[in-house]
Design a protein around this ligand. Sequence first.
Ligand code: F0G
Length: 492
Amino acid sequence: MGTNSAGLQPDQSNQEALSEAFAALSLRCVECAALYAGVEEKPRYRCECGGVLDVETTFQLPWPQEMPLQEGYNALASAENDLMPLAGAGWRQLFDERAARPPIWPVGGGSLLLDYSGVWRYRELILPLPASMIVSRPEGNTGLYPVGIENCGDGRDGHQRIGQFAGVERLFLKHEGENPSGSFKDRGMTVGVSMAKASGARAVACASTGNTSASLASYAAQVGLPCFVFLPAGNVAAGKLAQTLAYGATTISIDGDFDDAMRLVEQACNELGVYLLNSLNPYRIEGQKAIAFELLQQLDWQAPDWLILPAGNLGNTSAIGKAFLQARQLGLIGHLPRIAAIQAAGANPFYRSYMNTFASRASVQAHTIATAIKIGDPVSFTRARRVIEQTNGIVEEVSDEEILAAKSVIDRTGIGCEPASAATLAGMRKLVERGIIKRDERVVGILTGALLKDSLTGIPQQPQNAAVAANSDAVRKLLHGFLMNFTDRNRQ
Ligand code: F0G
């Protein structure tokens, strides 16, 4: 590979391994099925027809060719489904062995670090990149909280309130806000920035409602790449903006909304040869698939009945759906979970199209307090539509009031999340009320971002001049009042 259009000099030392990795990748248009090389001289984000692209690759077998497991794997291609469980057992064993290893950093680096990443642990199903190209914090390994009425466990009554609110007996919340930069975006970004590095990019950029920019800024800083982020002016929560600036990114505030920022960054990247790292870049989607792989592993490879998540630009819906489909294809799981994508009612183009049986593609002028998902024209629309169709999924909308009510429940249990994440619980409650999700089904909800990302929306603020005099009489009097209040409330 030579210098690419961005004036980029790929790292020569890994040339051979890289060429081999790149040759195993291709990109398929999700609209017209046209096929392109995985890596071209000028990075490609769209098909000639304008459609977005999906990564296709042959999974690298983790076991020697002569092992009997190979037969099971071959069966996938020949559709002899009776051998599939054998292949599935091989994959499960591999990932379980890697997860069981302690996270010891070898002095010279090496692949142990990759095993500890909740993305690269599943590397054969993510992207065949040489280890030396991988940029990792590491990420993933996020908590899975049992919070259902039945499965919350003894001594966890606080968490059980979430199950009661949703009306679900066996419920887990997977908190992707526990990633290094505080959102699920890190899973896509470790792959996206690794690809930027491997392609010799000179700079990276994205449009963002805040989390993508914080994540990109963090990973770009790790490799020393200049980073430009296009933000909708006045519509990014303070915590996300602070991270982005602290990590050293250059912010470009657009006097418009996210959809304007998205359109402009794509144009700028194509014109200036800057590497684009929105989920329009299909390699980001490959990384985000790891949310599903890690979740399945945490559930001992027993797929849930439902997976519920907030939906904005629809990258995550696409990624998690693709992962479930691949996991079933590989024999990792026996059945497909149904996916429920939840939109804010004021930012609901996907919901509108779904209600119209996807006969047309809607776009809206977005309005919602959940700024992370304030998106009116989602880039991954077609990818996500397929996922909803293939998983017998559903799209629901929730009002800002419903989001705030659900957020307050999650926050008060001590788990906490940012507003967009609470759409998961609000939507779940609604789908249970509508009888679509059954009370006794196994449900997993994804919380996408950490509470401190947005420390204003839906959080009780301290009253002004609330300071008490610094003497024990004043403190005692105050506490006494509080305690009386609690006692009265408990009696009611
Ligand atoms: N939840 C949070 C906390 C998000 O930040 C986002 C998207 C979503 C849900 C929706 O995910 O776009 O894949 O459907 N945030 C993007 C950003 C748009 O720029 O940070 P999606």
